[in-house]
Design a protein. Structure first.
Length: 132
């Protein structure tokens, strides 16, 4: 899991799972006032192909490519904190990647907060995940 959080109590936890044809991401966003607004995830393969996914508590906002599915649900954490969960399925064909490849991932909140210091314009600063 990739944990993105800040001192004001807002956080997002990303989890990845791999299937035969899809990369699956779950993003659990805990934000008492939903102050994040729109979330954005960028995935970049080794050749520089980037897929951008934008969503908010109501679902896909824009930018979902062919075959990408996204579902969001409102809810509360076990501590009672308000938030929402996004479940995203991305076909490997959309990512132009396969088993054994690496993807770079950048996530940021609607207010521009990345939590990790990665730069949206510099994929070399993004976190990496391996497709196993």
């Amino acid at each position: 899991a990739l944990y993105l959080g800040c001192m004001d109590g807002n956080e997002t936890i990303f989890r990845a799972a791999y299937g035969r044809k899809h990369l699956y991401l779950t993003a659990e966003t805990l934000s008492p006032e939903n102050k994040y607004g729109q979330m954005e995830i960028l995935l970049c393969n080794d050749e520089g192909k980037t897929v951008t996914i934008r969503y908010d508590v109501n679902g896909a906002a824009e930018g979902c490519g062919d075959g990408i599915t996204l579902v969001t649900r409102r809810g509360k954490s076990s501590e009672g904190k308000e938030g929402f969960c996004a479940e995203i399925a991305i076909p490997y064909s959309e990512l132009k990647t396969e088993k054994g490849d690496y993807l770079k991932i950048h996530a940021e909140a609607g207010n521009g907060e990345t939590f990790t210091g990665s730069d949206k314009e510099q994929p070399e600063s993004w976190l990496r995940i391996r497709i196993d």
